[in-house]
Design a protein. Structure first.
Length: 220
């Protein structure tokens, strides 16, 4: 169900250069946002590339425990898996700390901020009540995101978001279940299953794969 932005935020829109009250002293003593998240931590190709790199596992090996697949608006995409009776992130250790913090997915980096995708940039809003820490302090948005090569990352996110939206619209209008499955399998192989060059530039290789995907979109 659609929610008005003012109902779930502080009513402000932030850029990467703005200060926002999200810093939580390294989440000391808290990992509430790492449990019971269901399949909501959807992963993009960069997230999966990072996870494969830091763990040394292939996409298929990660599917055995750390990630899973589910349908998101008609597209089959990976998400972080919640495991055990307390449904904790598979990368959360017994001490309640993230084992892959430096390589954590984009949605984890952003939380408790949410993204607003615009034509040529991304802005952010603060999800009120999402973070359980009450003693948060202000920090610059770009520092909070802590993303290497922010310009390339921003362009990647915009292109991936645009591709997802266009494919979701195309698949919603597609009547053939066989065709929908074929498109999803193609995208999974193209962006997730097929390994990226270990020592290569992820963004450059993603661009090459995106060019192939755009041909698919244009043909629909």
């Amino acid at each position: 169900m659609f929610q008005d932005l003012h109902e779930i935020s502080d009513g402000k829109i932030y850029t990467e250069n703005d200060m926002v009250r999200v810093a939580s002293r390294d989440c000391e003593g808290c990992h509430a946002c790492c449990v019971g998240m269901g399949n909501s931590i959807v992963l993009d190709p960069l997230d999966v590339w990072r996870l494969c790199t830091v763990t040394g596992k292939t996409f298929e090996e990660l599917l055995q425990r750390e990630i899973e697949l589910h349908a998101v608006d008609g597209l089959i995409l990976p998400n972080l898996a919640m495991t055990g009776e307390d449904e904790r992130c598979a990368f959360l250790n017994e001490a309640g700390r993230c084992e892959i913090h430096a390589s954590r997915p984009g949605l984890c980096r952003t939380f408790p901020l949410g993204r607003i995708y615009e034509e040529d940039t991304i802005r952010y809003f603060l999800q009120t009540g999402a973070c359980k820490k009450s003693d948060r302090t202000k920090i610059k948005v770009s520092r909070w995101l802590d993303v290497p090569e922010p310009k390339k990352n921003r362009q990647f996110l915009l292109e991936w978001h645009s591709l997802r939206r266009r494919l979701e619209e195309a698949l919603a209008a597609e009547e053939s279940e066989e065709t929908k499955k074929a498109v999803n399998m193609y995208l999974l192989r193209l962006f997730f299953v097929t390994p990226y060059q270990a020592q290569g530039d992820f963004y450059e290789e993603f661009g090459q794969r995106m060019a192939q995907a755009k041909k698919l979109v244009q043909g629909r």
